[in-house]
Each structure stands twice: as structure tokens, then as C-alpha cells.
Design a protein around this ligand. Sequence first.
Ligand code: DC
Length: 237
Amino acid sequence: MSAATPGPAPAVPVVAIDGPSGAGKGTVARLVATRLGWHWLDSGALYRVVGLVGRRHGLAPGDEAGHAELAGRIDIVFGGDAATDTVWADGADLSRELRTEEVGHLASAVAAQPRVRAALTGRQRAFRRLPGLVADGRDMGSAIFPDATLKVFLTATVAERAERRYKQLKDKGLGGSLADLSRDIEERDRRDAGRAASPLVRTDDALLVDSTGRSIEAVVAEVLELAAARGLQAAAR
Ligand code: DC
């Protein structure tokens, strides 16, 4: 091989953070990406966009072909860097509406459809760019980036996750009882872990991080330590 022959493309490192709803994955992943100076993929937002845009197009929740077609063609753009979580779909800013409980349920329903998951697979992998990617979701380590350098399974008790959601809603001036939120979370856990297509699972190589009773900062610090132990460093700025 001559010296001019390009070698294999450098592997782009991935930190995969999976876990149930409300464990703090999004917040933790975003902060870890910011500290490392890496890209961030909020994969749940893709399923939320498909669920919401599908409803706006009048699709029945069970219309797998219709949702898969949308998943393949909607133009989805995330805010410029890991510090923001703005999401545009076909030019409309959906950021606020995407975060509602209702859209979370729509997302969970379309996420059980194998053709929707297949349509989003390549789109998720396209986020893997240098200097590295922090990806959060349910199947980042198991299906989308099985060769991720670090896989974290982030969890917390149902009671703690419901309490956090309750506080978030209250801060936004929205209602909701703790008992209803707990029930909702348990139902979504069951659906996400019980489906046939890429269910939420902790793979053997995923490290368990429990955020119950801990600050976001403490959890972020633990993930950064785990990353450093795998030789993953912040990008030079
Ligand atoms: O993380 P989130 O709450 O934004 O995700 C919304 C729903 O999308 C969640 O109930 C399950 C689904 N989802 C998924 O099936 N796979 C992913 N990688 C991310 C989310």
C-alpha cells in the first residue's frame, strides 16, 4: 500500500444512553455532549415528530405504512448545537408541542411499528459524525449503535420519575396528579419494554447508572468518568 492510500475512515466514537421514560436521559445526554463538544441525538424526538405529524395528517395511530412513509420523508432539523433542543419538522418549529405527555404516548405507539423503526434507522446513524456522538433513547446501544464505545443504561424508580415529571409540569403551570403520572409512566414502560420491535432492554455490555435521589450534575459527572475510563475525551476546541 502506498503512503498516499487513505486508510480506513476513523471510527466515530458513540456514547449510547438508554433507559425508561423520565430517567433523565435527555438532560444527561445533552450535558454530556456539551461537555465533550460532541454531537447529540435525541432519538425520542424523531418518534415524537412522526407521531405528531402523523396525527396532523389525520393518520390513524395504527397506520404503520402511513407513519413509515412519513418517517422516511419528513425534513427534521435539530437546533444548531447540543445546548439547544429546538426541533423543526418540514419548516415548522414543533419544540414545545413535542414535549407534551400526549405526544409522548403517540410516539410510544408509532415506535412499536417495525416499519417506522426501519425508516428511522439510517437517519439516526447519519448523526454519527466526528468528533463523536452522544445518543439517547431506548435502543441506541442494542440496535442503532451496537458498537458504541460506551453504553449506559440510565434508570430511576417509577416514584422518582413521576415526581420529576410532576415538578416539570407544575413549573410550566400545567396540572396532573402524581398518581396519574405514575400510572402513565408504568404504562409507557410496559409498552416500550414489551414490544417486539427493538424493545427497551439493558444489553449485557451496558453499565447501569441509577439517577434516583441524585442531582443531574452528579449523574453527568459519573457518565463523563465512565467515558474517560474508555479513553473518550472532550474534543479540542
Ligand atoms: O425519550 P422520549 O420520551 O422522547 O421517547 C418517546 C417515545 O419514543 C418513547 O415512549 C419510546 C419511543 N422511543 C423508542 O422507541 N426508541 C428510541 N430510540 C427513542 C424513543
